[in-house]
Design a protein around this ligand. Structure first.
Ligand SMILES: [Fe+2]
Ligand SMILES: [Fe+2]
Length: 213
């Protein structure tokens, strides 16, 4: 019992530490950046504003995804579901590192509100997981489906010459599809339509705010 309490406390402290250190990512533990062998020309002032806004949204999206899955993992019923969520969260951390690197390359900053997005997403993830593993996995499927669609939109809006941002978003999109597929394979159930609509509305708010702040 005391071991469980200690491990929960450790988990909570690790999560708080992560939320407070979103600007000091541990790039050393991330997989290789998909853009590492590519070059992109210096963007024009107009393109820089666009790419900064899009990559800031993606950066915040990865903050949210990572926090959601950590929250879900904290409440997961089975060890298998928890392991799946933690593996996805590790990959979202890599996506976060890659988006962060691209933002720095073009002299842009991440969203100032990321600690708030992290905290809110963690609580939403933990709340979703209270409804059981299959609902929680359904939440993953719907999250990843919406992220995949939003990445499609961003890939269509990126300047054609921006090969570095494109390589990062394409790799992320491929892995988001895998995250959703793995959740489906583990028995995810489809969420009710109003819940999916609400999730989409929350993502719209996040995109609107993160593009600007
Ligand atoms: Fe991701
Ligand atoms: Fe994902």
């Amino acid at each position: 019992m005391s071991f469980r309490r200690n491990s929960r406390t450790d988990h909570l402290l690790a999560v708080v530490d992560q939320a407070l250190n979103l600007d000091n990512l541990n790039a050393a533990v991330a997989r290789a950046n998909p853009a590492q062998t590519l070059t992109s020309p210096e963007p024009t002032a107009h393109d820089r504003r666009l790419v900064a806004g899009l990559m800031r949204i993606n950066h915040t999206g990865e903050v949210c995804a990572q926090a959601l899955y950590l929250g879900q993992a904290a409440v997961a019923e089975s060890a298998d579901t928890r392991a799946h969520l933690l593996q996805s969260a590790r990959e979202e951390h890599d996506h976060l590192v890659w988006c962060d690197a691209r933002l720095r390359e073009i002299d842009a900053r991440p969203s100032l509100l990321n600690p708030l997005w992290f905290a809110g997403s963690y609580l939403i993830g933990a709340g979703a997981a209270l409804f059981g593993d299959r609902v929680s996995l359904g939440f993953v499927v719907e999250t990843e489906r919406q992220v995949e669609a939003h990445l499609d939109d961003h890939l269509g809006r990126l300047p054609l010459a921006d090969a570095r941002s494109r390589a990062i978003l394409e790799t992320m999109q491929r892995e988001e599809v895998e995250h959703g597929q793995h959740a489906l394979n583990r028995g995810a159930i489809a969420l009710a339509s109003p819940v999916r609509t609400l999730m989409g509305a929350c993502a719209d708010v996040m995109r609107f705010v993160a593009y600007r702040i």
